[in-house]
Design a protein around this ligand. Structure first.
Ligand code: COA
Length: 433
């Protein structure tokens, strides 16, 4: 059958499309700015039709109505990365969290515990009948390829991204055409602390390096100090607007990359309309599923790969807690461990954990003798490489316990250094000098 006819037959109202979801189903949702809110909102409005539907999602954006009070018994959230929208449900017991690296999520959804339904947002079909997953390829595309039922919101504002991002209309069960602007992420405020951290990180980046950057003020501050570098490359789970600026100014050329030369490689995007316009139909950007992009062995094929991520606490041995404050899950593993491992495999690779030295307006040191009770170790002391704060750089890899503790104390906030030195003397039975 001609794809146009098939597409027309599969286009329906959102009320009809959600009838493909059944009680006791496991349902994976598109994530971050690719969330299919028009469909999930309709599902929640008809919650009485569903019992015990498991909702699996990485970053919930816009809303997570399916996890709000009153949805108990109808939906249960299984969050793969806790954020502002999903934190209350996980904290208050309506939801749960599955610890997993981003690279492993496609396997989790397709082999380990296969999902029944995938709900996602896509671009309109091209002339050959292929829709693009646009801003969010990650686990969404592989899960959709494997699931029995796929429900897609077709949004004409969703950019068509290139690489491996498409599904044919024949692979999708139901289409709902609803247009709205793709969700945007406000640009972060970069203060003096972030600038100092960015400057130190930039000292560790050389011409020709390939970068992975997380999201937020620190990665954006790093970009500010890269303007004089040459031929940088991108192999990152995501990028935001700051990277576009460096591509347009000729700093990021991807020219020296030994894997996918000439292309920035990512698995999802979060930013403003400027970013979404830039990536639309742009062959200099290649998006692939996350089990490829974040696979440490793929990451490691890039020579001189530098990863930059952040955390909540680092203890004096170099154990990095990035996802919980004590027992409270505030975030997820995401791609941190994937890229720390990948940077280790990469010839000339380096991984950086970049943090402000304090939290809670200066009242708490992020460099601590012991992690808070209940905190999960995200990057272990055997994987850690560089820690950077606004006070400098601590290179921990290959260092003894005493050397690590000293290097970390030197980049702690001055208000906390005496306490950390006293801890050093107690722990190692020798003077700190
Ligand atoms: N003690 C108590 N609270 C702390 C804390 C500490 N040591 N460190 C941070 N917090 C609190 C902050 O006050 C803030 O609270 P609020 O939300 O109530 O304001 C919250 O935890 C988040 O901290 P903040 O420093 O604002 O976060 P961030 O936006 O810089 O992100 C991480 C930091 C660690 C949460 C984030 O980088 C992350 O999720 N990392 C793990 C995943 C990852 O690396 N992915 C790869 C790239 S996407």
């Amino acid at each position: 059958m001609e794809w146009q006819k098939l597409y027309k037959e599969k286009c329906m109202s959102v009320e009809k499309a959600i009838q493909f979801i059944h009680s006791n189903d496991r349902v994976a949702l598109g994530q971050a700015v690719g969330v299919p809110l028009a469909i999930t909102d309709a599902m929640v409005a008809h919650k009485e039709d569903y019992e015990n539907v498991e909702i699996i999602q990485m970053v919930s954006m816009g809303n997570a109505k399916f996890s709000e009070p009153g949805t108990e018994g109808h939906f249960k959230l299984n969050s793969l990365f806790v954020g502002a929208q999903s934190k209350p449900a996980v904290k208050e017991g309506r939801g749960d969290f599955t610890p997993c690296s981003f690279s492993e999520i496609p396997n989790y959804l397709t082999e380990l515990h296969p999902v029944d339904v995938v709900i996602l947002q896509v671009s309109p079909p091209d002339k050959h009948g292929y829709v693009s997953c646009g801003v969010s390829v990650d686990y969404t595309l592989p899960a959709a390829r494997a699931a029995k039922t796929v429900i897609a919101q077709v949004n004409k504002n969703m950019p068509r991204t290139l690489g491996d991002t498409t599904l044919h209309v024949s692979e999708i069960t139901a289409f709902v055409e609803i247009d709205h602007p793709v969700l945007e992420l406000a640009l972060p405020k970069i203060g003096e602390v972030e600038k100092a951290i960015g400057e130190h990180c930039a000292e560790l980046i050389k011409d020709g390096d390939t970068l992975q950057l997380g999201i937020g003020a620190i990665p954006d501050a790093v970009l500010l100090f890269l303007k004089e570098k040459k031929d940088l490359g991108i192999h990152s789970e995501m990028i935001s607007d700051g990277v576009v600026e460096l591509i347009e100014s000729g700093v990021i050329t991807n020219a020296r990359k030994n894997l996918h030369p000439g292309k920035s490689v990512v698995t999802f995007l979060m930013g403003t309309k400027r970013l979404y316009d830039y990536v639309d139909d742009n062959p200099s950007l290649a998006m692939y599923p996350v089990d490829y992009v974040n696979n440490p062995y793929v990451v490691g094929q890039n020579d001189n790969l530098v990863s930059i991520n952040s955390c909540v606490q680092v203890d004096l041995m170099g154990q990095v807690a990035s996802e919980s404050v004590g027992y409270t899950q505030i975030s997820g593993i995401g791609g941190q461990v994937d890229f720390v491992q990948g940077a280790r495999i990469s010839k000339g690779g380096r991984s950086i954990i970049a943090i402000g030295s304090t939290a809670a307006k200066g009242k708490i040191s992020k460099i601590v003798p012991l992690l808070d009770e209940g905190a999960a170790v995200t990057t272990s002391r055997t994987q850690v490489d560089y820690i950077v704060t606004e006070y400098g750089i601590a290179h921990l890899r290959g260092k003894t316990l005493k050397e690590r503790a000293k290097a970390l104390i030197q980049i702690a906030h001055p208000d906390f250094q005496d306490g950390l030195k006293a801890e050093y003397e107690k722990r190692f039975h020798c003077r700190y000098e």
